[in-house]
Design a protein around this ligand. Structure first.
Ligand SMILES: [Zn+2]
Ligand SMILES: [Zn+2]
Length: 245
């Protein structure tokens, strides 16, 4: 009986993308490889910047204490380290949908483990039109749709647009950059139906984009909003030694 089951599984389930074993699930990874991923366990509750283990949990970093961001909290599954960085690159730049499935599944597993109060809506981080045209898809939208389907939450990708592409900021000084970024996102309509929003993105680096989008969403809502960022991975700060562990 088990051997028939295993044979069928080997036929229908793809091999693990990370080790090639046939123990992979339908989301392209095996349990052993999942356990070995750089999970973001100890981090700031608001911006999810990783802490060293010794700092414990349920803490807020100094940056967020000094200047609280426009979003309430972040749920970030992993550190942006190999093999996650390679999978993100494969998904975004080489349209590797298997890598995208694996990354979405990791974020979903993290969200389900955290058991947060579920938001009313998922909003994928918008891509600038030019970038969308050159890439052909918005990776955040692909992930948001998967999460929305699994969790039973609607996904809106037409509520807001990105007007400024971040790399187009290169060559501007800090003042020009900030002025430019203040109009980075535009929300198309007054937000009346939603009070609790999760912004979905693949990688959070400084949190600047999430912050700007959160600000634009708040400005478009007559009511206070609870805004979360749900991201697959966070880059480590330059001084972090977590990559050594
Ligand atoms: Zn594996
Ligand atoms: Zn923080």
């Amino acid at each position: 009986m088990w051997s028939i089951f295993n044979q069928l599984k080997a036929i229908f389930a793809p091999p693990c993308l990370l080790c090639g074993s046939l123990d992979g699930n339908l989301d392209n990874y095996c349990q052993g490889c999942y356990d070995d991923l750089p999970h973001n366990v100890y981090c700031c509750q608001i911006c999810a910047i990783p802490f060293h283990q010794a700092f414990g949990t349920q803490l807020i970093c100094g940056v967020c204490l000094r200047q609280p961001p426009k979003f309430n909290q972040s749920l970030v599954a992993l550190h942006y380290l190999p093999p996650i960085s390679g999978l993100v690159h494969a998904f975004k730049d080489n349209n590797d949908q298997a890598a995208g499935r694996l990354l979405s599944a990791c974020l979903l597993a993290y969200i389900e483990a955290q058991k947060p109060a579920l938001p009313d809506v998922l909003i994928p981080m918008p891509l600038h039109r030019q970038r969308l045209l050159s890439r052909g898809f918005n990776q955040a939208e692909v992930m948001a749709k998967r999460l929305g389907k699994a969790l039973g939450i609607p996904c809106h990708n037409d509520l807001c647009q990105r007007q400024i592409d971040t790399p187009s900021q290169q060559g501007l000084n800090k003042q020009q950059r900030q002025r430019n970024l203040s109009n980075a996102f535009v929300v198309n309509q007054t937000i009346t139906k939603f009070r609790h929003i999760a912004i979905i993105d693949d990688v959070i680096t400084t949190g600047a984009s999430v912050n700007l989008l959160s600000q634009a969403l708040r400005q478009a809502s007559p009511q206070p909003l609870c805004i979360e960022a749900w991201c697959v991975a966070r880059t480590l700060p330059p001084q972090s030694k977590l990559h050594l562990y």
